[in-house]
Write a protein that binds this ligand. Structure first.
Ligand code: NAD
Length: 478
């Protein structure tokens, strides 16, 4: 399968003549190729987005028309969910069901924001009998959006839908490790008749196309979902231009399990929080568990027993529970972290090895116990099926451990006591706190990072306001 760049409303034959292979992480076979966008394509994409912005296509579009366009995209995403889900599973490794669900979720996101096109409420602010002030939400202009490989279809939908509501036009780069399924967006935009230039999709390696896109002066705003290292590079690169950035970055999310928690539920949440969805390659993975000694033995016994039985395999097998890591590099990275965990003196309670099936990038569910809070495995994002367990005596100590990393994306508290859950939620530094389960989510709910996990919010109304800026108009009445 050959994937072209989608610029100014059409798929474009390659100008750079550079073609990149995309590998199936379950068997190392080539799934397809993408055209890498270099300077010429990038210029065309930014020019198209700027023209569309200057023509006020999104800003002057009737909200009902915008809503219709977004609902039509949602319908098409549902139409293509099966074939799109198959492809996503081949290039990304997740189960076919998860991938079909990702298309369905992306459709729900477009539907949700389709319902928001006429619901932005601006403000009228009184300040004396002879003045009149109003404040409106306005776009930044052309937004550059850079997407990671772990949830490329859902991240694309959320970022695009919210930016269109505000009126930003878009140049977007899907991830090079998993770009093919994003091609459905170009196909859908063509079929729906999305106006030229309001979205342009360009492909390529992060270090090549991504860097060029960031360095280009065509963007007025950057929305980046990915690692803190690249976010930092983007900030340095754009420092002179002083353009706003929106960052959804990594995490080292912790669950605190109090002695009165439902242990079976906490175990199920851990399994789905770190092993099942995408083998821990998820920004909000439960990569740390802080558990009270009173219940620790029971929790560990049950967790190890369940995790041992998980079926490791490729995403096209409906029995699979733990899917492959995205690449050989990622396998090496996870292996290095596990080795460093062993060297730090932590107890390897389960796993710690590549799976016997060498064809794909399969890694065993891995649990470390007795981890020191300053160990590398306790501090850095591993992005694999590896979690670290800690003990605590007092509630203050649990909070101290939860807040002991530079990250602050998600976290959880397991307790039957709502007062304690509230007390805990108030003290954990993270953008999302889940109580008694992991992944209690919805398109209408905002999320985002504290600390090194980023800034800006996505989801619900907060997401819309996060992708724009306000303008005040003040009038003196004669
Ligand atoms: P990454 O930072 O390596 O890459 C993300 C995107 O940036 C890709 O499209 C890549 O091509 C591009 N890129 C890479 N180097 C670049 C550069 N120098 N200049 C411009 N663009 C560049 O991250 P990844 O490995 O794709 O994704 C994993 C990371 O993303 C993890 O840290 C994870 O936690 C984070 N993530 C965060 C969220 C969230 O919502 N907070 C969601 C998903 C993933």
């Amino acid at each position: 399968m050959e994937i072209r760049n989608y610029i100014n409303g059409k798929f474009l034959d390659s100008l750079s003549n550079e073609n990149l292979p995309v590998i199936n992480p379950a068997n190392q076979k080539i799934v397809g190729n993408i055209d890498q966008a270099l300077d010429e394509e990038i210029n065309l994409a930014y020019e198209a987005a700027k023209r569309a912005f200057d023509k006020r296509i999104l800003l002057d579009m009737d909200p009902k028309e915008k809503s219709k366009m977004m609902r039509a995209i949602a319908d098409k995403l549902r139409e293509y969910k099966d074939i799109g889900g198959q492809l996503l599973s081949q290039e990304n490794g997740k189960t076919i069901k998860q991938c079909i669900d990702e298309f369905k979720g992306a459709a729900d996101t477009f539907d949700f924001y389709a319902g928001m096109t006429d619901k932005i409420q601006n403000k009228l602010i009184p300040s004396g009998k002879d003045t009149f002030n109003y404040v409106v939400l306005e776009p930044f202009g052309v937004s550059l959006q850079i997407v990671p490989w772990n949830y490329p279809i859902s991240i694309f939908s959320g970022m695009v839908a919210q930016n269109w509501i505000v009126g930003n036009t878009i140049v977007i780069k899907p991830p090079e490790l998993c770009p093919i399924s994003s091609n459905f967006y170009g196909k859908i935009f063509e079929e729906v008749g999305v106006p030229e230039g309001i979205i342009n999709i360009v492909h390529g390696y992060g270090e090549v196309t991504g860097r060029k896109l960031v360095k280009h002066s065509g963007s007025d705003y950057i929305v980046f979902t990915g690692s803190p290292e690249v976010a930092s590079e983007i900030l340095k690169e754009t420092a002179d231009r002083i353009i706003p950035c929106h960052f959804e970055l990594g995490g080292k999310s912790a669950a605190i399990i109090y002695p009165d928690a439902d242990i079976d539920k906490a175990v199920d949440s851990t399994v789905k929080g770190i092993f099942k969805p995408n083998a821990g390659q998820i920004c909000v993975a439960m990569s740390r568990v802080i558990v009270h000694p009173k219940i620790k033995d029971e929790y560990m016994t049950k967790l190890i027993s369940k995790s041992k039985k998980l079926k490791i395999g490729s995403g096209d097998n409906s029995e699979t529970e733990v899917t492959p890591l995205i690449s050989k590099d990622q396998m090496q990275r996870v292996s290095n972290y596990v080795n460093s965990g062993v060297q730090s003196g932590a107890t390897l309670a389960l796993g710690g090895k590549e799976d016997d099936n060498q064809e794909g990038n399969f890694y065993q569910p891995t649990i470390f116990d007795n981890v020191s809070t300053d160990a590398t495995i306790a501090q850095e994002e591993i992005f694999g099926p590896v979690t670290s367990v800690f003990d605590f005596e007092t509630e203050d100590e649990a909070i101290e451990i939860a807040n002991s990393t530079n990250y602050g994306l998600a976290s959880g508290v397991f307790t039957a006591d709502d007062q304690k859950a509230k007390w805990t939620a108030e003290r954990i530094q993270a953008g999302i706190i889940w109580h008694n389960d992991w992944f209690v989510d919805g398109t209408n709910l905002p999320g985002g990072g504290y600390k090194k996990s980023g800034y800006g919010r996505d989801g619900g109304m907060d997401g819309i306001y996060s992708h724009g800026q306000t303008k005040r108009v003040s009038k003196r009445l004669y």
